[in-house]
Design a protein around this ligand. Structure first.
Ligand code: NI
Length: 383
């Protein structure tokens, strides 16, 4: 078959996969039908499926003719609890669930890479493990994949997110931080309740909590390097039931975002110290609790050249990727092994998670070819 015909066949296959996935979205850790479909499509292409203890998600592998290291490609497969408003002929049939982050696109594209790699096995000096990961949206899928042992023997990992504000054929590459860490905190400020008219007999947690909210804002301005970025947002204050009683307790809750893991490690210690110290100044107590959620997506600098070269050799446009304050659980893999995550232009009218989120399917073979070529090049140049 001619190369152009081959690409036509690939394109129609990927569009069909993507539309079937889009029509049948499933929530995080509930991707049972999605898992069945991916397995079926891989089988049809004669691609090896590996056996790991995973309820949902699929691990496939393409081994080259020559031995070499193992690298991984990762696609996320889950959808969101959003009611679709696109009016597409293949809109979600699962009411209230939608592929509003384009993970259907990621899955279909990486299936395309697997198909291309299977056809080009003879060029492959090593092995490409292909991870179809569940539950990205709840930031637990990557951890589940790691726990199942999928990363054992894997030297490096590559992935992407579609980017609606980049044109089709454009790839955003950036070494270092790309996506923010996402963490949650809670603080209980405990005083002594009493009569609102006799505050001297109470320890007012509302006054103490107010000062804590203000003091927390100085952590970013006074304790974090001016070369780092961080956001501390208190998003909930709860305390008191009525107008004439000083309550015993106030609860604060919020989130912290950073673009450097150094800042991410420092901030909870400073928040604990600040809230406890301020509370104690008022004779109150603070109970600070930190719930780690997602690390920073940090791209391994030595790969940035090959990430760009691969795109340019395919005739794609490379731009410097703009960092995103959204989180991405690809970051977990990068805490274990070197990895690189790129933006794939899909030219959509809406941002991620919008009920009318859409993308251009012409980007499917672009992403498929990119990650197939990238895998071959990375393994060829491996030192
Ligand atoms: Ni996403």
């Amino acid at each position: 078959m001619k190369e152009t015909d081959k690409q036509e066949v690939l394109f129609s296959k990927l569009v069909a996969y993507r539309r079937e996935l889009h029509e049948n979205p499933e929530l995080s850790f509930k991707e049972f039908e999605t898992t069945k479909r991916i397995r079926q499509w891989l089988k049809e292409e004669g691609i090896t499926i590996l056996d790991y203890p995973l309820e949902v998600g699929v691990i496939a592998e393409v081994s080259g003719a020559k031995p070499g290291p193992t690298i991984a490609l990762r696609a996320d497969i889950d959808a969101l609890p959003i009611k679709e408003e696109t009016n597409l002929p293949f809109a979600s049939k699962n009411d209230g669930v939608m592929h509003a982050c384009g993970h259907d696109f990621h899955t279909a594209s990486i299936l395309g890479s697997a198909i291309l790699l299977q056809e080009r096995k003879s060029e492959l000096n090593g092995t490409v493990r292909i991870i179809f990961q569940p539950a990205e949206e709840v930031a637990q899928g990557a951890v589940a994949i790691d726990k199942a042992g999928v990363l054992e023997g894997v030297e490096a990992i590559f992935g992407m997110h579609n980017k609606p504000d980049l044109p089709v054929g454009t790839i955003g590459v950036r070494e270092g931080s790309l996506m923010a860490s996402v963490d949650r905190f809670e603080i209980d400020v405990i005083g002594v309740g009493g009569h609102a008219g006799i505050p001297n007999n109470s320890v007012d947690p509302i006054v103490a909590a107010s000062q804590i909210v203000s003091a927390l804002q100085t952590i970013v301005s006074r304790n974090i390097s001016s070369f780092h970025n961080a956001v501390i947002s208190v998003t909930r204050i709860q305390g008191g039931n009525t107008w004439n009683v000083i309550p015993e307790k106030v609860q604060l809750e919020g989130t912290v975002r950073t673009f450097q893991n150094e800042a991410r490690e420092l901030i909870p210690e400073l928040m604990k110290r600040t809230s406890e110290g301020v509370a104690s100044g008022f004779g109150a107590k603070a109970d600070f609790r930190w719930y780690p959620y997602l690390p920073v997506v940090v791209n391994h600098a030595p790969f940035s050249q090959i990430m760009k070269e691969t795109a340019e050799e395919l005739g794609y446009t490379v731009v410097e990727a703009s960092p995103s304050p959204a989180g991405e659980d690809f970051a977990f893999y990068q805490t274990k092994i070197p990895g690189f995550f790129v933006w794939m232009g899909v030219d959509g009218p809406q941002e991620w998670h919008h009920p009318a989120f859409m993308l251009k399917e012409e980007a499917l073979p672009i992403a498929a070819n990119y990650f197939a070529d990238l895998s071959i090049k990375v393994l060829n140049q491996w030192k």
